[in-house]
Design a protein around this ligand. Structure first.
Ligand SMILES: [Zn+2]
Length: 393
């Protein structure tokens, strides 16, 4: 799945119409939750049931009927996604919170599938053809949507961001670019000290420019709270913060993409720890949570490029990778502040390098919890959320 994104140029009324469609999407999704919660015990609520329910909503509310029917379905599917994620977590007996589906208040997008829109055959424009009144939108961007057959466009998404509205096209093309084997294998360990440490002892430094921008983002955030609530100054400060935040997430994405591509190009096997995102984001230390978010993004790109280049990406269970000696297998206890691994067998390595070697060994022994050859829809959809540029290169 390839995602092309364009900035949308339109009139004020059209933006309002997009906003209205986004709100309707949220309305449908949120309506599906109580339908699921309050359903009688013997009723089986699955995606089909929710789909059927969304048709009922169309009959009941005119503003729902005005939204394209497949877009209505897509909204119901969002609810199903949240519910099924919760079911999965329960089934896998994940400790702690199971992620009970919540009502959404900050939806930013509306998703159309293969109907409800029409591309202009010559100009870079799209017309939304349902009754939401969005009309024809100009698409700004350097990519040419006309080079793809309309049939290959599986989804069209209108997204609100801090600096305006965007139109995303999800295109079904197998972007394969199988690379010759290199004979190299690599294990990656993430930490705070560097972006990652690999099993060859290389430490990829955290990008300095990001830290710089992060500072300015924090400054922008603080200045919001200095302004009075509801004041225009506060609104302005919020907008500045949102734009800066957007900029930094784009930079971070580009950084992660570049490194992931390089790692996948030069190795046949890429091993890393299968860290749970839910546990990651719970961390209170800001630096740690930023590092974790970057790592998560990086991992998604690794899986994407592994699929594209025909590499193997293996996620291994994150146990004892830092405590075990990568040379003899003995457990060498160390605290977080111990930066060097020293074993009685004579093995002396940087703590993270030792972990990275363990990770690679685990992957080679195929002790991995999950193996991904990537380019499943799951992976690429996630990637698509943050995707900015065409990733054909
Ligand atoms: Zn040892």
């Amino acid at each position: 799945m390839l995602v092309l994104e364009y900035k949308v140029k339109a009139k004020k009324l059209q933006y309002l119409a997009i906003e209205e469609a986004i709100k309707t999407t949220q309305f449908i999704r949120n309506k599906c939750l109580p339908y699921w919660i309050d359903a009688p015990k013997d009723a089986k609520i699955d995606r089909f049931a929710l789909n059927k329910y969304s048709t009922e909503l169309r009959n009941e509310f005119k503003f729902v009927a005005n939204l394209n029917s497949m877009a209505v379905q897509a909204s119901a599917e969002r609810a199903w996604l949240a519910i099924s994620r919760f079911y999965n977590n329960c089934q896998q007996k994940i400790a702690g919170k199971k992620g009970y589906p919540r009502f959404q208040h900050d939806n930013r997008s509306v998703e159309y599938k293969t109907s409800g829109w029409q591309l202009n055959s010559t100009k870079r424009r799209i017309t939304m053809t349902d009754k939401k009144g969005i009309g024809e939108l100009k698409l700004l961007g350097k990519w040419d949507i006309q080079t793809y057959p309309v049939k290959s466009i599986k989804r069209v998404r209108l997204v609100r961001r801090a600096d305006g509205y965007y139109c995303q096209f999800c295109i079904d093309v197998e972007v394969k670019d199988i690379q010759p084997l290199t004979g190299n294998e690599i294990g990656l360990d993430v930490g705070l000290e560097s972006f990652y440490t690999d099993s060859n002892g290389h430490q990829e430094a955290n990008p300095k420019f990001l830290r710089k921008v992060e500072k300015s983002v924090k400054h922008a955030q603080r200045s919001i709270y200095k302004k009075e609530k509801g004041s225009s100054g506060r609104k302005k400060a919020s907008a500045i913060f949102a734009r800066k935040h957007l900029r930094i997430s784009r930079q971070r994405n580009e950084h992660a993409l570049g490194i992931a591509r390089h790692v996948c190009k030069s190795n046949d096997l890429v091993a890393y720890e299968n860290l749970q995102v839910r546990n990651l984001l719970r961390n209170h230390c800001l630096a740690k949570s930023i590092a974790d978010a970057s790592w998560y993004l990086f991992r998604q790109w690794i899986e994407y490029f592994a699929g594209k280049f025909g590499r193997l990406a293996v996620a291994v269970a994150p146990h004892y990778t830092s405590q075990k000696c990568s040379s003899c297998g003995a457990v060498v206890k160390k605290s977080l502040s111990t930066r060097t691994h020293v074993c009685s067998c004579g093995c002396k390595l940087h703590r993270d390098e030792n972990a990275a070697i363990n990770i690679l060994n685990l992957a080679k022994a195929r002790d991995g919890q999950s193996q991904s050859h990537a380019v499943g829809v799951g992976v690429t959809t996630l990637v698509g959320e943050n995707l900015l540029a065409q990733i054909l290169t």
